[in-house]
Ligand binder design. Structure first.
Ligand SMILES: [Zn+2]
Ligand SMILES: [Zn+2]
Length: 138
């Protein structure tokens, strides 16, 4: 069983060809696509699929832990199928989201104040700024 099938099985989710395709394209994507962007790609395989289906599938995948919504506010949701630990840098100008991995960030400590009040499922580090290309053209 693939990791995807295992996650679906545990969540009681049916593994449909569409779901599998969307998941696969998301994990292969390096650009943290929005639903709209991924929709354009999935349409190449399933011409009759709707944006709404892609959008709902992505949200479902995020819910069961097969994908993540990249943090950051104000923009359309961007999705990430990279399940190995990594962090994000987002350029506020060209909106590129770049992966990086800095091990100490994988195990950030949860402060007691938070621990007492919440159950933490996921911790992420997110940087926002300007990439070199954008900085130079500014
Ligand atoms: Zn940029
Ligand atoms: Zn990522």
């Amino acid at each position: 069983m693939s990791q995807f099938e295992m996650i679906c099985h545990k969540a009681g989710l049916k593994v449909t060809p569409q779901r599998r395709q969307i998941y696969q394209m998301l994990t292969e994507a390096k650009d943290h696509p929005s639903a709209e962007v991924l929709f354009q790609r999935v349409r190449g395989v399933f011409p009759n699929i709707s944006l709404d289906t892609v959008n709902r599938t992505l949200l479902t995948l995020a819910q069961v832990g097969a994908a993540f919504v990249v943090e950051g506010s104000g923009d359309v949701k961007r999705f990430d199928g990279g399940l190995s630990p990594h962090q994000h840098f987002k350029c506020i100008k060209c909106r590129r989201i770049i992966d990086f991995h800095y091990e100490p960030f994988d195990n950030i400590e949860v402060p007691d104040e938070v621990k007492g009040r919440f159950t933490v499922f996921r911790k992420t580090v997110y940087f926002e700024g300007m990439c070199k290309e954008c900085g130079e053209s500014a």
